[in-house]
Each structure stands twice: as C-alpha cells, then as structure tokens.
Design a protein around this ligand. Structure first.
Ligand SMILES: NC(=O)c1ccc[n+]([C@@H]2O[C@H](COP(=O)([O-])OP(=O)(O)OC[C@H]3O[C@@H](n4cnc5c(N)ncnc54)[C@H](O)[C@@H]3O)[C@@H](O)[C@H]2O)c1
Length: 252
C-alpha cells in the first residue's frame, strides 16, 4: 500500500527541513523526485542523500515565483525522467526576506514577498504540471500551509498568513475543478516543527511545547509520510480538505 513507484514528484523548497523530509519519504515510497530549492547546493545535497539511499532524485534549483524558470526546469526534469510530473508538493513558503513585524510597521513593498511565494509560487508549480496530470487522468497536489491561515495570531506575520489563506482558497477551487480528471488537491496545515529549535530560544520553545498536546515539535519525516499517503492511489477519495498536522494544537 501507499506505493509511489512509477510516479514523478516535484517538491518545492526541498533543500532543508520539512521539504527535505517530504522529498526523502516520497523517494522511499518509490517516486522519482524533483528536489527544488532556491539554493542549488541545498537541492543537490538532498538529491545526493536520496541517491545514496538507492532512490531516485534530481536537484532542480529555481525560484518558484518565476514562472518561466519553473516551466523550463520542470520540462527538463520530465525529459530526464521520461515522464510527466504526477505529484506536486508545494512546500516552499518561507520567504528569504522574511520580515517579522506588526502590519502597522510594514510598508506596502514588504507585503509582497510572502504572498508572491505562497500564492503565485504554488500556482506556478501546479500550472506547469496540470496538463500532464489531466491528460493522464491522475494527479496529486499537496499544499503545505499553516494553522496561521485560519487563526488570528499576534505573531507579527500577517502577510505570511495572508499568503497561506489565499493559497488555501485556491486549492479548494482547484480540487473542485480537477476532481473529474482523477486529481486530488489537499492542504496540510502544519503546526510548530522541529527546525524552530534552530531559530528560537529554549525558553520560547518551552512555551510553545506547553500549547501542543503531544508535547513535542513536528518531525519532517512524519510530515513526509502524511504527504506520501495523500499522494498515493489509496488517498484518491480525499480532496479539497485542510488537514491539521500540529500535534493536537487548537487552531480555531
Ligand atoms: N517550520 C515550521 O514550524 C512551520 C510551521 C507551519 C508551516 N510551515 C510551512 O512548512 C513549509 C516549510 O517550512 P520550513 O520551516 O521547512 O522552511 P525552511 O525555511 O526551513 O526551508 C524552506 C526552503 O524553501 C526554499 N525557498 C524559499 N523561497 C523559495 C523560492 N522562491 N523558490 C524555491 N525555494 C525557495 C529555501 O531556500 C529553503 O531551503 C513552509 O511552507 C512553511 O510555511 C512550517
């Protein structure tokens, strides 16, 4: 069950953390994985690690917000694998120039990056794969989002949440439009993940852990396993859903 053998998967922002775990697990389940990242060296390291395990992956460095770059590199990867993209996991969602400030202190120029990345970046990766999926009568889209898309939080990240909310709306419509072609599109709304330990003080992590019923942060391989399930034949009956992956935290 849950085999992805014979499938080609594109995972964006897969050069580290959550995306790395997703790319690893999809490859372990048998998919040939296009490991995307903005930073070539990150993508190459993850693809090399997957190859060392005896699975199939290629590194594909491009900026998901640049449609021409996405299309050019994905077409080249498809030619390399001899098959169209069957599975898109839109994981890239944390903009490089992330600004953490209340809305009141943001200039209009600072609004764009997280919205471009989460909405247009995700749409670009789906758009380049969609005709191939429709023609084949099978496809899977998994959108990585966040609990912040559906809950107001005083965390100075309103533009990030705006991007996540916007893309969630798009995915629901995409699911409704493309179900007739055997395509499913679902949203995985993550809670706090392990890589926050590198970004926050132990005190802040302690505070966060008190809000998570399972008492620990999320693990990239567990997120990968959930994505692999959603990408499998066996999950064909689930579409247009937002599924929380947050250790039981309350998101609304
Ligand atoms: N880490 C968390 O606690 C958490 C919580 C909720 C949701 N999420 C979501 O999970 C996903 C992964 O988060 P993460 O913490 O692993 O992020 P991360 O910043 O550790 O890694 C993301 C990767 O995406 C790449 N990237 C950034 N912009 C890109 C672009 N324009 N094109 C291609 N690649 C790009 C980066 O180079 C980086 O390697 C994001 O969508 C994020 O919003 C994470």
């Amino acid at each position: 069950m849950f085999s992805l053998t014979g499938r080609v998967a594109l995972v964006s922002g897969a050069g580290q953390s959550v995306g790395e775990g997703i790319a690893q697990v999809l490859a372990r389940q048998g998919a040939a994985v296009i490991v995307n990242d903005l930073h070539p060296e990150r993508a190459e390291k993850v693809a090399a690690g997957i190859a060392e395990e005896g699975h199939t992956a290629i590194a594909a460095a491009f900026d998901v917000t640049d449609y021409a770059a996405v299309e050019g590199r994905v077409r080249a990867a498809e030619a390399e694998f001899g098959r169209h993209v069957d599975i898109v996991v839109n994981n890239a969602g944390v903009a490089e120039e992330r600004v953490i400030k209340p809305f009141r202190e943001l200039s209009p120029e600072q609004w764009r990056a997280p919205i471009d990345l989460n909405i247009y970046g995700s749409m670009n990766c789906i758009k380049v794969a969609l005709d191939g999926m429709c023609d084949a009568g099978w496809g899977r889209v998994v959108q990585i989002s966040s609990g912040s898309a559906r809950t107001g939080q005083n965390i100075n990240q309103s533009m990030y949440a705006t991007g996540k909310s916007g893309v969630e709306g798009f995915i629901r419509h995409l699911a409704a439009e493309t179900g007739q072609y055997g395509i499913t599109a679902n949203i995985v709304a993550l809670g706090h993940q392990k890589n926050l330990e590198d970004k926050m003080s132990p005190e802040m992590i302690e505070q966060i852990l008190r809000t998570i019923p399972i008492g620990r942060l999320g693990d990239p391989v567990e997120v990968g396993a959930f994505c692999a399930y959603l990408a499998s034949d066996e999950a064909g009956g689930i579409t247009g859903q937002t599924l929380d992956f947050n250790g039981g935290s309350q998101t609304r």
